[in-house]
Design a protein around this ligand. Structure first.
Ligand code: SF4
Ligand code: SF4
Length: 176
């Protein structure tokens, strides 16, 4: 974590992220959160809460405009760093399309060429961002797996994103 940064008054992850241990759904405020007082179970909060650090805390390159409760975006990595997830506050679903955020998100998606994924998560809606296009997957059951990358089509590399509920039931959304 960047030593100069702390959560301060921000608490957006207590709204946007799901916490399985306490059956807290993603996208709505945790019942333990009280504005002005914070987490009422702080000393015994779930490990998932205690260990969570969004990228803003550790990334000096994300300036104050990216502060989650200001940008309405919570960024974190998962899948051993292979996926960057941008969780968007459902009450401001176009926040990620505004500047300076969108240009930076597109720049970060350049790593798709190396097998990394940049996922936009807004409530149950998912989209995968590539440098030259965004693939909207629509509403996705959170238990279903998303994979994405590039495929060869007629000699060209085209991006694709896919929702897997199981192998026999795959929804493939190719790029144009
Ligand atoms: S979103 Fe980030 S800065 Fe805000 S409370 Fe959570 S970990 Fe802290
Ligand atoms: S238990 Fe506490 S830290 Fe965890 S989501 Fe709820 S309010 Fe936030």
């Amino acid at each position: 974590m960047d030593e100069g940064r702390s959560c301060g008054d921000c608490s957006l992850c207590c709204k946007l992220l799901g916490v399985e241990a306490i059956d807290k759904p993603a996208g709505s405020w945790c019942g333990h959160f009280h504005r002005g007082r914070g987490c009422s179970v702080y000393e015994t909060r779930p490990a998932a809460c205690a260990t969570f650090n969004c990228l803003w805390l550790s990334s000096p390159g994300l300036d104050e405009r990216w502060l989650p409760d200001r940008s309405h975006l919570v960024l974190f990595t998962e899948q051993d760093g292979r996926r960057l997830t941008v969780v968007v506050d459902p009450s401001d679903p176009l926040a990620w399309r505004r500047e300076p955020f969108y240009s930076r998100i597109k720049a970060m998606s350049q790593r798709a060429a190396d097998g990394y994924e940049l996922l936009i998560s807004t409530g149950d809606r998912r989209a995968v961002v590539f440098p030259d296009q965004d693939i909207d997957l629509g509403l996705v059951d959170p238990s279903h797996k998303i994979i994405s990358g590039y495929a060869d089509r007629d000699g060209a590399r085209v991006p694709f994103a896919m929702v897997l509920s199981d192998v026999a039931d795959a929804t493939v959304i190719p790029g144009p």
